[in-house]
Design a protein around this ligand. Structure first.
Ligand SMILES: Cc1ncc(COP(=O)(O)O)c(C=O)c1O
Length: 397
């Protein structure tokens, strides 16, 4: 069977594929060290699970409004007010099946064929394909490691065209871990303001900030953008709830209503009991998150110093999220078993097949010459994996 034409230009998520490969090897008894995961290794806090169990017991098992139960939408509005200083009316909030669905709904709701969406590289792998699936065209604006992966306002200005429908921000960033400062965002927002396009702020890593730059999004930096901005967030990373599939978004009422229509005709509401779990999560003290973040900070430092000690590899210290972008360009001219490595993609394949290390190559993130390593694995495992990467580098001729 031939899939539809619009599907022929998109690819399966390479991070999910690598994870599946690593899992399959582990199931065969191979001792794989995974640096590929995009999810916390902590379990969902017990009080959140309890809320879901209680919802089940009480028979809260029917359809809800597509946009979510009123009490969860109210809790999300409170969260935006409390943590982000952003005020939204009830009809401006939508509960989704993960942050991913919020983004998907957005592109489906606003893009006409040929509309352009500006995405900064390195980018989260799903943005370009979500844009393509909606008939739009991703326009990639490069950022540079030496600039701390901060987009240049001039490069953004040069990429804006009459067809630009939206610009996507993701800070802290997957994959770079870069955190944009208020000043950076102000400069970028001022470029967007006269254009009139929409902006999306994917804030999924909001609570995972380690450095001196406090979290700030594009709407905080340039409040005049609020009436054309969609702010997306979720529970996957903040509350270790990746499998539950729960996210949310807030924006102008007309936009949220259009996104709700997309959701009406696709999945309908996020699972009823999961919404109850989300309600409990937002009412929590944040103690588990603080513990998780403190541990991640230790792991980040361990990974960064070990990688920088390997000749041919260097990496910046990420200020947020849980990924390190390792620059491996210094190794790519070397050879392994008589063959020049040539690419991070090849290096990733060899690391998995010969050294049992799963690390995602930069190519699918728009960052050839880099490997993305997540540090959501125990310190012991990280150390083991880092020694294997060092052994691989030492084995190169
Ligand atoms: C940048 C970014 N946005 C969105 C998501 C999707 O998160 P969710 O699990 O809430 O769909 C991810 C997940 O990896 C991500 O890295």
């Amino acid at each position: 069977m031939q899939p539809a034409r619009r599907l022929q230009q998109i690819k399966p998520s390479p991070t999910l594929a690598l994870n599946a490969k690593a899992r399959a090897l582990a199931a065969q008894g191979v001792d794989v060290v995974g640096f590929a995961a995009g999810e916390p290794d902590y379990d969902t806090p017990a009080f959140i699970k309890d809320a879901a169990v209680e919802a089940l017991r009480q028979g809260f098992t029917k359809y809800t409004a597509t946009a979510g139960i009123p009490e969860l939408r109210a809790a999300v509005r409170e969260k935006f007010q409390r943590d982000n200083g952003l005020t939204y009316a009830p009809e401006q909030v939508l509960i989704t099946v993960g942050a991913k669905q919020a983004l998907y709904n957005f592109f489906q709701a606003v893009l006409d064929p040929g509309d352009e969406v500006i995405i900064f590289a390195p980018y989260w792998v799903s943005y370009p394909d979500m844009v393509r699936l909606a008939g739009g065209e991703p326009v990639v604006v490069e950022t540079r490691e030496e600039d701390g992966w901060v987009p240049s306002p001039d490069a953004l200005r040069a990429a804006l065209t009459p067809r630009t429908r939206a610009v996507v921000f993701n800070s802290p960033s997957n994959p770079t871990g870069a955190v944009l400062s208020r000043k950076d965002l102000e400069a970028l927002g001022q470029v967007i303001l006269p254009h009139g396009c929409l902006v999306v702020s994917d804030d999924i890593y909001e609570p995972l900030v380690y450095g001196d730059t406090p979290f700030c999004n594009i709407v905080n930096a340039v409040p005049a953008l609020q009436d054309r901005a969609l702010v997306v967030n979720g529970f996957s990373k903040s509350h270790s709830m990746t499998g539950w599939r729960l996210g949310y978004a807030a924006g102008p009422a007309v936009l949220v209503s259009a996104m709700t229509m997309v959701q009406d005709q696709s999945t309908s509401n996020a699972a009823s009991i999961v919404q109850k779990a989300g309600l409990a999560a937002l009412g929590g003290s944040g103690a588990e998150l603080r513990e998780m973040r403190a541990e991640y900070l230790q792991r980040r430092d361990l990974v960064v110093s070990a990688l920088n000690a390997i000749p041919g590899i260097r990496c910046r210290t990420p200020d947020g999220a849980f990924y390190v972008m390792a620059n491996v360009k210094g190794l790519l001219g070397k050879s392994y078993k008589g063959q020049v490595l040539g690419s991070a993609l090849r290096m990733s394949e060899l690391l998995l097949s010969d050294f049992q290390v799963a690390a995602v190559p930069g190519e699918p993130f728009g960052a050839p010459g880099y490997l993305r390593l997540s540090f959501v694995t125990s310190r012991e495992k990280l150390q083991k994996g880092l020694s294997r990467i060092a052994a691989f580098a030492a084995a190169l001729g």
